[in-house]
Design a protein around this ligand. Structure first.
Ligand code: C2E
Ligand code: CA
Ligand code: CA
Ligand code: CA
Length: 273
């Protein structure tokens, strides 16, 4: 029994070794990915439900290497944060998204995800202002998406930065709403322009009656606080019907449009009228 335990342990540490090596190897690839121009942005359309009008796109980061193929952002973004690279990567995303959006007509907007770590950078505001200026994009067409994580550890400092961002005329959205512990309390601390109802609530709409109640409550809350609400991850007609019935104003999901490359996004814009 003792030797079996030992070999189980050896097996375990070998598996751990392998995992660490895989991680290390991905870090090395990630570190040179910017220079090798392996990043791109995909754009997922957001629609006003009433009238089916296109209102903007969310920019979603993509990384692909010849050896690995496409790597999920859920995998490489935490790694980029760990190795201190999210600042430069986030700046690349902002500049590219603003440049692409400047090709679209008024009032089509672009939503950019910011990592909580980007709020630790004193220069964040300068970077945003410079991205807008060099692209020639009016501030009201940029929308910054933040999750609860950004507000969690230094709430006052982050709120102060968000207020500066808003004062510039930029929009601010609360992403993944309802997944954290204190989503509600953050709504009181900062006047978000938009609440993005997390896709977990949409996915369970048909199976869990509580989800419909939550969508209804969040949209009513958004309405009374003057915040737009958008449902994420809408995949079926039945979900769309349900969120429409529950008062949600905008939709983003595979049903109305998957994330697409910039030239396809531009085609969607041109088809608009
Ligand atoms: P997110 O901000 O919540 O983005 C929405 C995610 O849901 C995207 O995954 C999108 O492709 C996916 N999605 C959209 N509609 C549907 C649907 O109908 N069904 C399903 N099942 N999924 C849908 P993606 O592109 O893999 O991104 C994952 C996460 O990575 C994002 O979640 C965001 O947190 C992060 N991320 C992506 N781009 C960036 C970026 O430029 N910067 C930072 N800091 N994070 C980013
Ligand atoms: Ca987002
Ligand atoms: Ca989200
Ligand atoms: Ca998410």
């Amino acid at each position: 029994a003792k030797s079996a335990g030992r070999s189980t342990f050896r097996f375990f540490t070998e598996a751990m070794d392998q995992e660490m090596q895989a991680r290390r190897s991905m870090e090395i690839d990630l570190q040179r990915a910017l220079v090798l121009e392996q990043f791109s942005l995909a754009y997922q359309p957001q629609y006003q439900i009433d009238g089916k009008r296109l209102v903007g796109f969310e920019a979603l980061l993509r990384w692909s290497t010849p050896a690995r193929g496409p790597v999920s952002p859920a995998q490489f973004i935490p790694l980029a944060e760990d190795i201190g690279m999210i600042g430069s990567l986030g700046e690349w995303v902002l500049r590219k998204a603003c440049k692409d959006a400047a090709q679209w007509p008024e009032p089509i907007s672009v939503s950019v995800n910011l990592s909580p770590l980007q709020f630790k950078n004193q220069k964040l505001i300068d970077v945003i202002v410079s991205a807008l200026a060099s692209a020639g994009l009016p501030p009201h067409r940029l929308d910054i998406e933040i999750t609860e994580g950004a507000l969690m550890d230094d709430t006052d400092a982050t709120v102060a930065i968000l207020k500066q961002i808003k004062a510039l005329g930029i929009k601010v959205s609360m992403d993944d709403f309802g997944t954290g512990y204190s989503s509600l309390s953050y709504l009181q601390k900062f006047p978000f322009d938009k609440i993005k109802i997390d896709q977990s609530f949409i996915r369970s709409l048909e199976t869990n009656p509580d989800s419909a109640a939550i969508v209804r409550a969040v949209t009513a809350l958004g309405e009374s606080l003057g915040m737009m609400t958008i449902a994420e991850g809408v995949e079926t007609e039945s979900q769309l019907r349900q969120i429409t019935h529950d008062g949600c104003k905008q939709v983003q999901g595979y049903l109305t449009g998957r994330p697409v490359p910039q030239h396809e996004a531009t085609l969607l814009v041109e088809q608009m009228n």
